[in-house]
Design a protein around this ligand. Structure first.
Ligand SMILES: [Zn+2]
Length: 239
């Protein structure tokens, strides 16, 4: 009886698989049923790798003081599949995909040469760019947090507790400002509630996309004012 049950349930699973095959969210090809939304090919080769920017290795790029590296997994493809995937994570409620991209970002970080210089640091924490609580309630989640959870899964670096860095202002649209204007617009958006909880930490700011840097830089500025000396920026995509 048990054998028949097994055969029946396997047949049903097989039939379901035939009708609704698990396909890669990026290329549409069947996935190996490993629970991932991206197939192994797309994980490795669908997008161009982004460059690493650090003050020491890229003399042309000057990061604000205190930010020791800015690293992204992939180059943003305006109007392309990556943009659509990030949109799905942000607005479409596809949380698993955000987590998965976080795992890939975390693994890529671990394999970089520059990371070996930081891996021995104590007290490294991940800080997903906070969403305004009202926005988070409406959306149901914070996409940066999904990415950071994936990064944490593979690197073992913990997320900073949610109540320490707060987004206190509902920011208006950012278009039409230059970088300074955007940063000014954002400068009062963040608040650190427990300075002593961040001061001795190496904080890695995590977000889905790095575009102008205004958000991460404004957040970094607030952290610096709270006594944080060393930070990094980690994103899935770099525009
Ligand atoms: Zn694929």
């Amino acid at each position: 009886m048990k054998l028949i049950n097994t055969i029946v349930s396997e047949s049903i699973a097989g039939f379901k698989e035939m009708l609704f095959p698990e396909v890669c969210v990026c290329c549409g090809c069947p996935t190996p049923n490993d629970g991932n939304m991206l197939c192994p090919f797309c994980q490795d080769s669908a997008f161009d790798p982004a460059n690493y920017y650090g003050n020491s290795s890229c003399p042309g790029v000057v990061l604000p003081e205190g930010i020791l590296f800015q690293y992204a997994l992939w180059k943003y493809d305006k109007g392309g599949v990556l943009q659509r995937m990030l949109h799905l994570v942000k607005y479409g409620g596809i949380g698993r995909l955000g987590f998965e991209m976080g795992v890939l970002t975390g693994s890529a970080l671990l394999s970089t040469k520059f990371w070996s210089g930081f891996s021995s640091y104590n007290s490294i924490v991940l800080l997903p760019v906070p969403l305004h609580p009202k926005k988070k309630r409406i959306r149901g989640y914070n996409q940066a947090e999904l990415v950071a959870t994936g990064v944490s899964e593979v690197t073992g670096i913990p997320l900073i507790p949610e109540n320490i860095v707060i987004r206190q202002r509902y920011t208006t649209t950012q278009t039409g400002h230059d970088l300074q204007g955007r940063m000014k617009n954002l400068s009062e958006a963040f608040r650190v509630d427990q300075h002593e909880s961040v001061q001795d930490k190496f904080i890695i700011i995590v977000d889905d996309v790095f575009t102008t840097g205004a958000t991460s830089y404004a957040l970094a500025q607030v952290l610096k004012q709270s006594g944080v000396k060393e930070m990094g920026i980690l994103t899935v995509a770099f525009a």
